[in-house]
Write a protein that binds this ligand. Sequence first.
Ligand SMILES: NC(=O)c1ccc[n+]([C@@H]2O[C@H](COP(=O)([O-])OP(=O)(O)OC[C@H]3O[C@@H](n4cnc5c(N)ncnc54)[C@H](OP(=O)(O)O)[C@@H]3O)[C@@H](O)[C@H]2O)c1
Length: 268
Amino acid sequence: MKIGILGLGKMGEALVMGIRHSAETISWKLTATTRSKESAKKGGIALGIPVHSDNARLTTESDVIILCVKPSQTESVLREISPLLTKKKLLISVAASITTEEMEEWITHRCPVIRSMPNTPAIIREGMTVLSSGSDATDAHLKLAEKIFRLVGQTAIIEEKLMDGATGLSGCGPAYGYLIIEALSEAGVKVGLPRDKSILLAAQTLLGAAKMVIERGVHPAALKDEVTTPAGCTIDGLMALEEGRLRVTLIKAVLAATAKSEKLRAER
Ligand SMILES: NC(=O)c1ccc[n+]([C@@H]2O[C@H](COP(=O)([O-])OP(=O)(O)OC[C@H]3O[C@@H](n4cnc5c(N)ncnc54)[C@H](OP(=O)(O)O)[C@@H]3O)[C@@H](O)[C@H]2O)c1
């Protein structure tokens, strides 16, 4: 299978690294494009794949085209490659806020379309990507998109109307996680731990908690109860978090980011 990454920026690079690391995809051929010849040269050297600036050639030569340009660049790029798309190809976009309906209009339904929303931990293959299919995409197309994005983390298929919510949760979520790790490490410093050890304690603790939820498949509330010994230390810590309204604050953070994502789409 030939995969073309159209727009080898941060997200495009993350995908290339994930795909390259998988033995399963050893026969997949990767090519990418950038806008400038300079970026193409740099990207090609850094990633060891052919990178050029000819989107028409990339489209013609690829079975799957993963569009990784900025949302504002999406329409012009899609109109440019539209005549070269066919029903036998698959177009996957990672552009925030661009709907499958808009993409189908720009490419005049020449090819099936899937919309995705990955997040930055895809760089270390611990990303979370949500996917929605356009009107011409089949289950087989969706399965292929899942296969590709599973190389950089976990995937979930959602209804497209929930994309703004997913943006507010998993798209923006790494930043919430970093803030929580930073705050916990400040606490570590306050109780006398050296800063480097404090950051490690905080980050590894959240990583372990997240893995417990995913790998054991147990509800987080049940896992929290497991840690909370009657009259122990944890319940005092939890009480302080409830007093500080951590839960409702996190819920509000996701709602605010979701509302902003909706607003940005409406303003385009
Ligand atoms: N970064 C994230 O956290 C994240 C998360 C989820 C989704 N996304 C989505 O991912 C997309 C890319 O984001 P990014 O952060 O990777 O952006 P980025 O680092 O700025 O990369 C954009 C890339 O597109 C290339 N490009 C621009 N116009 C082009 C054209 N006409 N033909 C070929 N290549 C072109 C640029 O090439 P030059 O270098 O030559 O300009 C650059 O390599 C966005 O739509 C964003 O919504 C990003």
